[in-house]
Design a protein around this ligand. Structure first.
Ligand code: PLP
Length: 456
């Protein structure tokens, strides 16, 4: 591809002049200038100056298979030459979407047998909400409308997805959010809400917050519980193993649909193929994205149980919902190839056996760091929570931007290390090696030390 002949400052000036970035303070960006990425391979990304960073975040928790796999590029190339686009609105289908739907349903728990495709995780969540509401209308219970979501949830940036999200600045970003019909409960964040309990006890207590909320609203009014198996953007909040089975029991008891947003957890992030396998529950609807294509092309899936599709197909008539790019051939082809490689190279299984215990042990060495109040992880998702006072758990003020400071210190040293609030998060590609993990943790420690020094 022929690009303009510009140096880094030139790209930064163009970027600043014309490109609005997601979740970015542009006044600040105009001062610092963007990092101009040019190439990725394996777990590394190079910038325009030739500097290499190790991607401790898999992009945004999506590049599970690593950057630059030629097989994925070839799958897209071949598909584009065969059939570059295909709508599926008017009684038309194509092979890569059908094969992908078949593949996904064969990988998921029994009873989840239909797939709806769209481009992003946010859109998959929109689809899920429309399905939930349609389902209860069709079975003659339209009063079942309230969806219960959690604090610190992240479900995306469209109106409904942002409303379901519990990261409150998103509600003020324009659009008078949250939309009506959403109730919220607290999250199984043991460090903040149950430090005096065993993990097992706390898991049950946190699940019962759902029961309390259902009873408060009235089970006859509650449509669904909507949650990530483990919360990544909320700051690597990983529930105890007792949480999800109890949530499932409560949902069944009160006839509330259980909706698992597996946009991050799906495809190996928790150490198992899907978060529902890791935590031991079966959702009625599950959203997948990110790792579905390892981020090579945008694609998400909303996987739906027979309970819902039997009604939708049997009684629903036309369901007026869909996107131009639902089941885009190239995106489905790249997902199929991604899944083939993940399976053939046993990437998820190897990560679980070799990398997950190493990652956890390395993270736990930070327990003694003077800035770290809590260390948590599941699979290859980990968080180190920075606190002002280790004894009381007091946090720094948001305005002090301590997490972002630490993140910038890591980037200077060649590591992508994200701040979710003051929790420093890691979600490396599943193909990272132990040596590379050593580098990740060495730089993470240097960045935290530099942050401690900055704080005096
Ligand atoms: N759901 C979860 C759990 C996510 O973490 C994200 C994005 O980070 C989304 C949904 C939204 O996905 P997208 O950014 O593709 O719309």
């Amino acid at each position: 591809m022929a690009f303009k002949e510009l140096d880094t400052a030139g790209w930064q000036a163009l970027d600043s002049a014309h490109y609005l970035h997601p979740f970015t303070d542009h006044a600040n960006l105009a001062k610092t200038g963007s990092r101009v990425a040019v190439r990725g391979e394996g777990v590394y990304v190079w910038d325009n100056n030739g500097d290499r960073i190790i991607d401790g975040l898999s992009g945004l928790g999506c590049v599970n298979i690593g950057y630059g796999r030629p097989e994925l590029a070839k799958a897209v190339y071949d598909q584009m030459l065969d059939l570059s686009y295909c709508q599926s609105f008017f009684n038309t289908t194509h092979r890569s979407a059908v094969e992908l739907a078949d593949t996904l349903t064969s990988m998921l728990p029994e009873g989840l047998n239909h797939v709806f495709f769209q481009s992003s995780g946010s859109e998959a969540n929109e689809t899920a909400v429309r399905l939930i509401r349609k389902y209860w209308d069709l079975v003659g219970r339209p009063e079942k409308r309230v969806i219960i979501a959690r604090e610190l949830a992240y479900h995306g940036s469209t109106h409904m997805a942002a409303s379901l999200s519990g990261i409150t600045p998103m509600h003020y970003a324009g659009g008078d959010l949250p939309l009506p019909g959403i109730a919220r409960i607290n999250t199984p964040y043991q460090y903040r809400h149950g430090a005096n309990m065993t993990a097992d006890d706390f898991g049950v207590v946190a699940a019962r917050w759902l029961e309390d909320k259902i009873l408060e609203i009235g089970p006859e009014n509650v449509a669904a519980f909507f949650a990530e198996p483990a919360q990544s953007a909320g700051g690597a909040i990983c529930p105890p193993m007792t949480y999800w089975p109890e949530v499932q029991r409560i949902c069944r008891k009160y006839d509330v649909l259980l909706v698992a947003d597996e946009v991050v957890c799906g495809f190996g992030r928790t150490g198992d193929w899907f978060g529902c396998y890791h935590y031991g529950f079966v959702p009625d609807i599950m959203q997948l994205g990110k790792g579905l294509t390892s981020g090579y092309l945008p694609l998400s899936a909303c996987v739906i149980s027979d309970r819902i599709t039997d009604v939708l197909i049997g009684l629903g008539g036309e369901w007026a919902h869909g996107y131009t790019y639902s089941g885009h051939p190239a995106c489905c082809a790249v997902a199929l190839e991604n899944i083939r490689i993940l399976r053939e190279e046993k990437i998820v299984e190897n990560a679980k056996a070799e990398l997950v215990p190493y990652f956890k042990a390395k993270l736990e060495t930070f327990v003694d760091h003077p800035l770290i109040g809590d260390v948590r992880s599941v699979g290859l998702m980990g968080g180190l929570e920075i606190v002002k006072d280790k004894k009381t758990g007091e946090s720094y003020l948001y305005e002090e931007h301590i997490g972002p400071y630490c993140s910038a210190e890591a980037m200077k040293r060649g590591l992508a290390f994200r701040a979710n609030g003051d929790t420093m998060s890691l979600m490396p590609p599943l193909v990272i090696t132990k040596d590379q993990l050593d580098t990740v943790f060495d730089i993470a420690r240097e960045a935290l030390d530099a942050t401690a020094k900055h704080l005096g």
